[in-house]
Design a protein around this ligand. Structure first.
Ligand SMILES: Nc1ncnc2c1ncn2[C@@H]1O[C@H](COP(=O)(O)OP(=O)(O)OP(=O)(O)O)[C@@H](O)[C@H]1O
Length: 310
């Protein structure tokens, strides 16, 4: 087993256009490593290329060029093994309405060549909370139940890598909790590598060890969640002076603006300048502080900084 669950090199995808639509370059040379055992977040604005990337990994979309290795198996030279190593929970609730959950799991296991003796339908139904509905037609299942069944289907062949495409988009809090608890358990107890896309940045912040941000078909950042948040270390300190200042604080790397309401807005980078140094610059300017507030970056800021205006 390689150290990386997924290794992608210079991956490109151009959707060929039709008579009315021009060709679209959805991925413009993406290289990406997903460490095995991690919970990995793939983030980006709409149309960035996330689904294209996931669908190529899943073998559902054909790449234009580049290479994809899943669990050490190259997609081109070892298609069967690389496909067996990955399970995908898609975004769309595409289920055959006339299958029961148990039937759908059995068919999926059959497609992956899982021998009957090794099928785990009962266990998966239990895990996804569908035991009671095991024999109900899929068309009678609620949206939440369908989503859980899609998770179950992604797990029938016990893949080492589980990919979740927007698993919690539009789902209620209870189902979201259940999905995340399942995902955490699969990651912690079975060491399964999890790759997910989400629009909920707090969710990525909470769940993911590592995050890649993609925009316009290019990777714009990949790092541990902690480093990514640390990198964008822009801070703002808002100070209400006790009296109108005679001069403004000065220090290298400190940006100062004076607001109409008298407040001083101090912009600085926490990695280069501790808050104490900012306060010292304020005191050095002879300003006594009536009130102080700080704001720090969250993933939303990182995301905006990396994806806006490009
Ligand atoms: N089958 C297709 N034919 C032509 N263009 C496509 C096709 N699928 C996607 N695209 C285009 O490729 C680009 C990337 O789309 P993709 O669905 O991968 O983005 P995404 O990041 O997953 O967005 P979303 O979050 O909205 O799902 C978009 O401009 C999209 O319009």
């Amino acid at each position: 087993m390689s150290q990386n669950a997924i290794e992608i090199r210079d991956l490109r995808k151009t959707y060929t256009g039709g008579r009315k639509s021009p060709a679209k370059e959805a991925l413009c040379g993406v290289s990406l490593d997903v460490p095995s055992g991690s919970v990995f977040g793939l983030l980006g604005p709409n149309g960035a290329g996330k689904s294209t990337l996931i669908n190529i990994m899943a073998g559902l979309v054909t790449k234009t060029s580049g290479s994809v290795r899943i669990w050490g198996f190259d997609q081109d030279t070892n298609p069967r093994q690389s496909r067996a190593a990955i399970g995908v929970m898609p975004q769309e609730l595409n289920l055959d309405p006339f299958f029961t959950p148990r039937g759908a799991l059995e068919v999926q296991a059959g497609l992956y060549g899982v021998p009957r003796s090794q099928r785990r339908s009962d266990e998966i139904l239990e895990m996804t909370g569908l035991t009671d509905k095991a024999e109900a037609y899929a068309r009678t299942l609620s949206g939440g139940m369908r989503r859980r069944l899609l998770l179950g289907k992604a797990l029938v062949h016990q893949p080492q890598v589980l990919v979740l495409d927007e698993p919690t988009a539009g789902v209620d809090i209870e189902l979201r909790q259940m999905l995340w608890n399942n995902v955490r358990r699969l990651n912690r107890e079975r060491g399964m590598t999890i790759i997910l896309t989400t629009h909920y940045l707090e969710e990525a912040e909470e769940m993911c060890d590592e995050i890649a941000i993609i925009n316009h078909g290019r990777l714009v950042a990949q790092d541990s969640t902690e480093n990514l948040l640390g990198k964008l270390d822009a801070r703002t300190m808002v100070i209400q002076p006790a009296a109108p200042p005679e001069r403004l604080p000065e220090a290298e790397g400190l940006e100062v603006t004076h607001r109409e309401d008298g407040a001083l807005v101090l912009g600085y980078h926490a990695n280069a300048m501790p808050a104490e140094a900012v306060l010292q610059a304020v005191r050095d300017a002879g300003i006594s502080i009536r009130d102080v507030k700080t704001e720090q970056a969250d993933l939303q800021d990182v995301f905006l900084a990396l994806t806006s205006g490009r």
